[in-house]
Design a protein around this ligand. Structure first.
Ligand SMILES: *Cc1c(COP(=O)(O)O)cnc(C)c1O
Length: 396
């Protein structure tokens, strides 16, 4: 089937929830992908911060192949070897004592919301159920997670929303303190807002939020679906703040492209869940666990975090040089390889032009270019992407 036929087939049979680029991707390796016509692209989107080790990483492919020949799925009626091993790896490398596995970021956040409510119901009082979340946040597309998401554009047309949520501006401690009431059971936030446009709070913000939570005896939930698994240069972004959350959610890069999510918590909080409270048929599936275990081991063992920090710094520096040359670039910001360029024009055309020249980038919130490449990129990849961006912006 040729490109045109395939796109027509997709448009005829797939629900209209995405505005797709007219390109059919068929292959990936490392930081590169190829379309159906054989055109090569340098991938600075990485499946939306998912393929942190690049496409088809050999260790992840090998783990999946091995597991596929052993066992696909049996359900959580039984113990599963790679599930126990991955849980131990996550616990050993985070604040958490226990893990719940699911299949996506939205599901991980659903689990977090349920656990927070259950814990509060049993330990703080049945009248404490309200979560404070941030304006311009993003937590997923299920009913509870669009409610948690502090952006009306994701909620419009889907009311009534879930009860028990209230919103404050990100990085505003006074507004946060003022929003706490007798009903509050926790605060949920992204350490760096991703879909909101790579919004980085003040250095001490997260530590202060932790203080507020302790003072009011409420829970701190960090959504590390995008910032986690090395994206910002540490395994988890909360590590930069010197504090520990009570609950954390993961997905995106956890399986390096294999769908998997996780919700982690301390023993104290996790105890609120008992058999029957929460479940997922596919959660902790052997294939997903094998992919995630291989991904996490590779990130921890192969200097990936170090490369992320070094390349992140280099990339940020090169983009700042571009900012000096081009007036339409208002600001360059980022941590590790989660980087953004704020423009004073719409970014969609720039994304299209970069794609024509063989570089995939993303635009979020209309005017913010977002760069979330695989963490294995090299200086020459960055030079290539920056040179093309330079050309494209110059022509604007
Ligand atoms: C992508 C994302 C989600 C939603 O994850 P899905 O796997 O698409 O459900 C939730 N939170 C954050 C911070 C995200 O970036």
């Amino acid at each position: 089937m040729n490109e045109q036929e395939l796109m027509a087939l997709a448009n005829e049979n797939i629900m209209n929830t995405y505005k797709r680029f007219p390109v059919v991707m068929v292959k990936g390796a490392g930081q590169k992908v190829w379309d159906i016509n054989g055109k090569e692209y340098l991938d600075f989107v990485a499946g939306i911060a998912v393929c942190n080790l690049g496409h088809c990483h050999p260790r992840v492919v090998a783990a999946l192949k091995e597991q596929a020949q052993k066992l696909f799925h049996v359900s959580n009626f039984y113990y599963i070897e790679p599930q126990a091993l991955l849980a131990k790896l996550l616990v050993d490398n985070s604040f958490a004592d226990k893990v719940f596995f699911c299949n996506s970021g939205a599901e991980a956040n659903e689990a977090a919301i349920k656990l927070a409510r259950k814990y509060a119901h049993e330990n703080l009082g049945a009248d404490k159920f309200e979560l404070i979340t941030m304006k311009d946040s993003f937590h997923g597309r299920t009913m509870a997670t669009i409610t948690a998401t502090g952006q009306e554009k994701f909620q419009f047309g889907f009311t009534p929303l879930l009860e028990g949520f209230t919103y404050v501006p990100f990085n505003d401690l006074r507004a946060l303190e003022n929003a706490i009431s007798a009903k509050t059971c926790g605060i949920m936030l992204e350490p760096i807002q991703g879909e909101g446009g790579v919004i980085i709070p003040d250095d001490k913000y997260l530590a202060k939020v932790r203080e507020i939570c302790d003072k009011h005896n409420i829970l701190l939930i960090v959504d590390e679906v995008q910032t986690g698994i090395g994206r910002t240069g540490k395994l988890f972004a909360y590590e930069y703040s010197g504090i520990e959350p009570d609950i954390m959610t993961l997905a995106k890069a956890l399986g390096n492209g294999f769908p998997v999510g996780a919700m982690l918590a301390t023993n104290k909080i996790a105890k609120a869940f008992t058999p029957g409270n929460h479940a997922s048929t596919f959660g902790g599936n052997p294939l997903a666990m094998a992919a995630a275990k291989a991904s996490l081991e590779t990130i921890l063992q192969e200097g990936v975090l170090d490369n992320c920090c070094k390349m992140g710094e280099y990339f940020l520096g090169q983009l700042k040089k571009l900012q000096g040359k081009h007036k339409i670039i208002k600001e360059v910001r980022g941590k590790g390889l989660m980087i953004a360029c704020a423009l004073d024009i719409e970014g969609a055309e720039i994304v299209n032009e970069c794609m024509k020249r063989g570089v995939l980038i993303n635009c979020t919130g209309g005017k913010t270019l977002r760069f979330i490449p695989p963490l294995i990129i090299t200086k020459s990849d960055i030079d290539q992407a920056v040179a093309i961006l330079d050309e494209v912006v110059e022509a604007k």
